[in-house]
Design a protein around this ligand. Structure first.
Ligand code: GDP
Ligand code: ZN
Length: 301
């Protein structure tokens, strides 16, 4: 066991974890070579990037220890990260939008109390398409922004939205998530690359999840992992709980437990037909309903 057990505890946040060795940020400094106490493994708790921890720093030859993990706002297995507060869902004209992936991500955000922002990237390629895509999501009551990692359009606005958040970028491969992060933080992107290489000690490593501290106020997860998202199995009847724009109409549907698909006297469908709520998102909800039901019904196959 460690000799530095009695040392003063620091409070910080895990920014990197490679092969059971963590790097923790605390008071503007980074502390490497930190391990998790065996007690966590016994309780089947794995510290992940984004966790708030109490830790003892490494000293001399002795590695440091994570002693406690703070309460999590949210936590994910793939990618293994915790405490996201804001997610940018990136869509483009090319590749064409995967609307159902965007929908799953929006539902995920709603489930985990994450602020969702739709980012329409590659605005330089087709301004008209980008503007109409942004408008459709805006009409659905979501924050939506047109940007271009190539020309820098909208990047300042995006940068400001990062303040006071722990943000993640999500979306299909090829939509420009890495390009956006490098455009936002050109110096940091290089620096982080160096840190990874140092920690991997020359071995070939796959990409790790990292939390980049742009400043103490601005943290960004540099992980592509949210592109292959599967929602947890759930009863399709509960899906509408993740569509806040339906809430004001819920009580007005003719049938209790209306799922807003084809029931007569549905107030949500009427609202979409009147243009009060987004028709696009109602349709996507209905497609998500079918997908969710199919998975739920087949869950014992
Ligand atoms: P990721 O897989 O989401 O991380 O996407 P990348 O950042 O690797 O970008 C995929 C491709 O799209 C690359 O060839 C980028 O150069 C290109 N790309 C990214 N952003 C833009 C943009 O705003 N405009 C244009 N025209 N191309 C972009
Ligand atoms: Zn209804």
């Amino acid at each position: 066991m460690s000799e530095n057990r009695g040392s003063a505890l620091l409070r910080g946040r895990i920014i990197l974890g490679v092969g059971g060795l963590y790097t923790v940020r605390s008071g503007g400094q980074e502390y490497g070579l930190i391990k998790a106490r065996g007690i966590f493994r016994k309780r089947k708790i794995r510290p992940v990037v984004g966790d708030y921890v109490d830790f003892v720093p490494a000293r001399g030859e002795e590695n440091g220890w994570i002693e406690a993990i703070g309460e999590r706002k949210n936590v994910f297995v793939r990618p293994p990260v915790a405490n996201i507060t804001q997610m940018f869902i990136v869509l483009t004209c090319a590749p064409q939008p995967d609307y159902l992936l965007a929908e799953r991500l929006l539902i995920l955000c709603e489930m985990h109390d994450i602020r969702a922002v739709v980012l329409v990237n590659k605005a330089d390629m087709d301004e008209g398409f980008a503007a109409s895509l942004r408008d459709s999501y805006e009409k659905a009551g979501l924050a939506a922004l047109m940007v271009s990692a190539a020309t820098g359009e909208g990047i300042e606005d995006l940068r400001q939205r990062l303040t006071a958040h722990t943000s993640a970028f999500a979306g299909q491969s090829g939509v420009g998530k890495s390009s956006l992060i490098s455009r936002l933080f050109p110096e940091r992107a290089l620096e982080v690359g160096n840190i990874s290489r140092r920690i991997s000690r020359g071995r070939h490593t796959t990409r790790h999840v990292e939390m980049i501290y742009i400043s103490e106020e601005t943290r960004v997860f540099d992980t592509p992992g949210f592109s292959l998202l599967e929602l947890p199995l759930m009863d399709a009847a509960t899906l509408k709980d993740y569509y806040p724009q339906f809430y004001p109409y819920e009580g007005s549907c003719r049938f209790d437990g209306c799922t807003h698909r084809n029931e007569p006297g549905c107030a949500v469908r009427a609202a979409a037909e009147n243009g009060e709520i987004s028709r696009m998102r109602l349709e996507l909800y209905q497609r998500m309903f079918a997908e969710t039901k199919e998975k739920w019904d087949g869950k014992y196959d």
